[in-house]
Design a protein around this ligand. Structure first.
Ligand code: ATP
Ligand code: MG
Length: 415
């Protein structure tokens, strides 16, 4: 990708009221654009990050038997009325019906109702179970305070997985499998997410689990052990749950990047979702629901990986792995960096190489590279051409090295 051709540019201008690091750095770098409070566009470079996050989520959801589908955003009022959730604060109501002058739709804020109504058509016998389906979809919530950049949107992306089971035992089995998949996802994304016990609210008396990343930008407070896996949301904290470990329990702010819920029969009851067992007897299907917020995850990654100069993208989600630049205006430098761009594009894919061939001052180019935060910066200048080397620097390190082309390729190959 040629940097001179990019739709977006880096900017110093920030909209008012953006206090969080993720909003500031993502806007300055031209990854996102603020439309209104809690409503952002993903610009081309930002969308590349989001796509990589979604790709990792998809791989792990498919690995536990999840099938991807896509449900409507416009959800008719009768669905919410059937589950008694039409009058929930966060629902954006819309679509005046001409006849009654009433708001007939809600913008989807979660899809238990819609999926239960769909499942009635396909899940009827014990032979049809278990099943799991998920979507990655834009959700809408009238959040009262939308001020954390991508951390709390009024419009945001959610991966929502729903599972269907014959009984609680089978739900418990799958629930643990999803926890395993979530651990893999967050690890691959470079996030240390603690599986934190939380209250089940209206759904269940049992604990649910939230995946919490310790970070001061978080809105949640959790208690966690410095030695074992114990972690609980402050809202339900019970010191007696921490047993058989002498580690110290401390509290901290955290960002909830995902959660898993045992729904039981709450929605199967509302939608008459049942199956016949081998003797033909009917039972309600037992459900689970499991969320991850990919846009919130993107904001969390920025909160976790940054310094005073900009973002430090982990390789797994960086918009491009390599940021190549030519410094100075000597024709020899230009020729050499053009050649290297071709070579690297062939080897790693042109989308993975951002080439800064702009006729800008070296200081400006280096500053932009730090802000944009691609993992590997390669510099070609008169100095490097003279010694037939390339200057390579990892964004997370303060040291650059002068290496031969062969050595650089070996580094980029991960050797
Ligand atoms: P929170 O307590 O932060 O409001 P929630 O309990 O409402 O989250 P769910 O409704 O279960 O969350 O949504 C599943 C996931 O979607 C969350 O774990 C989070 O990652 C993401 N999410 C929820 N609300 C938002 C939002 N307003 N903006 C961005 N992501 C969100
Ligand atoms: Mg919420």
């Amino acid at each position: 990708m040629l940097q001179s051709k990019l739709f977006s540019k880096t900017t110093k201008n920030l909209p008012e009221g953006e206090e969080t690091k993720n909003a500031q750095l993502l806007i300055k770098g031209g990854f996102i654009n603020k439309s209104s409070a809690g409503v952002y566009s993903l610009l081309p470079l930002g969308l590349r990050v989001l796509d990589k996050i979604n790709h990792i989520i998809r791989e792990e959801m498919n690995a536990i038997g999840g099938e991807e589908l896509l449900m409507p955003t416009l959800v008719q009022r009768r669905y919410w009325e059937q589950s008694k959730r039409w009058d929930t604060d966060v629902v954006y109501k819309t679509g005046a019906s001409k006849k009654q002058g009433e708001l007939e739709y809600g913008l989807g804020w979660t899809h238990e109702e819609v999926i239960a109504a769909i499942a009635v058509n396909f899940l009827q016998s014990y032979k049809d179970l278990p099943k799991a389906v998920y979507q990655i979809q834009t959700k809408f919530r009238a959040e009262a305070r939308a001020q954390g950049g991508l951390l709390r949107g009024r419009e945001f992306l959610m991966k929502d997985l729903y599972s269907f089971h014959t009984d609680t035992e089978d739900l418990n089995r799958y629930y643990n499998q999803v926890i395993g998949a979530y651990k893999k996802i967050f690890k691959r994304l470079g996030l240390r997410a603690l599986a934190t016990e939380a209250g089940g609210g209206a759904f269940t008396k049992e604990y649910t689990h939230e995946f919490q990343v310790l970070n001061p930008a978080g809105e949640d407070s959790i208690y966690y052990c410095q030695k074992c896996d114990f972690s609980q949301n402050q809202e339900i904290y019970d010191v007696n749950r921490h047993k058989g470990c002498d580690g110290k329990v401390v509290s901290g702010r955290a960002i909830e990047v995902g959660n898993v819920f045992k729904l039981g029969t709450r929605f199967s009851e509302a939608f008459n979702l049942s199956y016949a067992d081998s003797s033909g007897k009917k039972h309600l299907i037992v459900m689970g629901s499991y969320g991850i917020g990919p846009t919130r995850v993107m904001g969390t990654i920025v909160e976790e990986y940054n310094d005073s100069a900009g973002i430090i993208w982990p390789e797994a989600v960086a918009p491009c792995r390599i940021h190549l630049m030519s410094l100075g205006d000597s024709p020899k430098t230009k020729k050499e960096s053009d050649r290297l761009y071709k070579l690297l594009s062939g080897r790693f894919g042109s989308d993975e190489v951002l080439y800064d061939e702009r006729a800008a001052a070296p200081g400006e180019k280096l500053k932009d590279a730090d802000l944009l935060g691609m993992p590997w910066r390669l510099v070609i200048s008169e100095k490097t051409v003279a010694v037939k080397k390339i200057e390579i620097k990892n964004r997370a390190s303060s040291q650059s090295k002068l290496l031969s082309e062969k050595q650089v390729i070996a580094v980029l190959d991960g050797k």
